[in-house]
Design a protein around this ligand. Structure first.
Ligand SMILES: *Cc1c(COP(=O)(O)O)cnc(C)c1O
Length: 423
């Protein structure tokens, strides 16, 4: 592989183009293993960023892609429709929290968030409240890298100062405080309540990641926060957008993180694991009320239509992924990953360079006291057969659900050994 060309011409995510972090060439992947060009076999601790929940090169997903390839890879969704999209949307409506009835298929998570935010603004505008166009977001959130999505990401992590002249100014609430599993403290809602009281007349929606804040800090918070957000949004006549792009399809231990609080948002974004990590696809679901609101009056339509909207190949693979989820096996798999992560990461707590260890569902996080160089950590992990990509002070695991006990131990051991060596 021409690594030199890669280094000199190809951007990789979140690294310098001129002085990039090392990049490892992959030849193929199978199950929970990623194989490097030089024959190195790595256990995947990342599921390719929350996506590859069933592992790589899965026979059922492969079969679905191949079968669809023989029929039609893509047709425009304007004026045409097809079975893969219909079947997928049926499943999403059926599985998602009560009341979410309408599905907009988007081509990536960030676009799904843009669509959700546009829907919320148009919903109010079409009802004569065109002053309701701002968003309230808790700090430490992450919603994607496009402009509107970026505007509701944590203002510090999201580097808002860099883009302050272009980003719409949103309203930030304190990050949820009570941890998942801890004793709920109602006082933490006071500030959000106050913000809503003061700003509801100009706010279209509260947007948040339910229960698990992902790339903005890997924090797990009390479901009561979500419940109370739902109540406050109703009280102040503001929509609630749940960004389930990372949490959707079982990762947190429930099919959707909203299920921990038994609430329904007005708008919900899905992505990442939706095709089992095969292709880019996302969806924005909304209630009948939101759809009606958006489409009443002028212009009467929602002005958004990605070229690859409802891509049949992606929908077919998503349907195969849904079929695997439908067996319900994911639930026990995620449960056993959770207990093994709790057991095996606990030893890291004793290291003096570790600030915190936390686990929820098939997500394990070790937070260090100082940020280590990603390249250095990664080299250590790879020597131990583990593919783990930390960011900042966060070393975290979110393996494919199909991972076996010994394979998961390779990952937890790699984290412990590496941190021990560095302490
Ligand atoms: C990854 C992610 C996004 C953005 O999705 P992309 O497909 O990368 O655009 C949005 N929200 C959350 C919560 C995410 O984890």
């Amino acid at each position: 592989m021409d690594i030199q060309f890669d280094q000199q011409h190809i951007w990789h995510p979140y690294t310098s183009a001129v002085n990039p972090l090392p990049c490892y060439p992959v030849s193929h992947a199978e199950g929970v293993h990623i194989y490097l060009d030089n024959g190195t076999k790595l256990v995947d601790g990342m599921s390719s960023w929350w996506a590859a929940i069933h592992g790589y090169n899965h026979p059922e997903l492969n079969k679905a892609a191949k079968a669809q390839l023989e029929k039609v890879s893509h047709v425009m969704f304007g004026g045409l429709t097809h079975e893969p999209a219909i079947q997928l949307c049926k499943t999403l409506v059926e599985w998602s929290p009560e009341g979410l009835e309408r599905v907009f298929l988007a081509d990536s998570g960030s676009v799904a968030v843009e669509v959700a935010m546009k829907m919320a603004v148009q919903y109010w505008a079409c009802q004569g409240s065109s002053n309701k166009y701002k968003f309230i977001a808790p700090r430490n959130g992450y919603h994607g890298d496009t402009f509107a999505a970026m505007s509701v990401c944590d203002p510090v992590n999201g580097m808002h100062t860099l883009f302050q002249n272009v980003l719409p100014k949103q309203i930030f609430a304190p990050a949820p405080q009570t941890r998942f599993g801890a004793l709920w403290n109602e006082d933490e809602m006071l500030e959000l309540d106050e913000l809503l009281q003061r700003h509801h007349h100009e706010v279209a929606a509260v947007i948040l990641e339910p229960v698990v804040q992902g790339a903005g800090g890997m924090r797990f918070y009390h479901p009561n926060y979500l419940k109370r957000c739902r109540q406050l949004c109703d009280q102040y006549n503001v929509l609630l957008i749940a960004d389930e792009i990372a949490t959707g399809f079982g990762r947190s231990g429930e099919l959707f993180a909203c299920d921990h609080a038994d609430i329904s948002p007005d708008i919900m974004c899905l992505g990442k694991a939706i095709t089992g990590g095969y292709m880019t696809l996302a969806a924005t679901l909304c209630t009948e009320d939101v759809a009606m609101g958006v489409c009443q009056g002028d212009p009467g339509v929602f002005m958004h239509g990605p070229t690859f909207m409802g891509n049949p190949l992606a929908c077919s693979v998503a349907n195969a992924s849904m079929a695997l989820l439908e067996t319900g096996q994911w639930r026990s798999q995620v449960q056993s990953i959770e207990s093994q992560l709790r057991e095996e990461l606990a030893v890291c707590k004793a290291l003096d360079n570790v600030a915190d260890v936390r686990v929820l569902g098939a997500i394990g996080v070790v937070e260090t006291k100082q940020a280590y160089d990603v390249g250095t950590l990664q080299k250590h992990f790879i020597q131990q057969g583990a593919w783990i990509r930390p960011f900042g002070k966060l070393i975290y695991l979110m393996p494919p659900y199909v991972i076996e006990k010994e394979q998961l131990s390779i990952l937890t051991q790699a984290i412990f050994n590496t941190l021990k060596q560095m302490s």
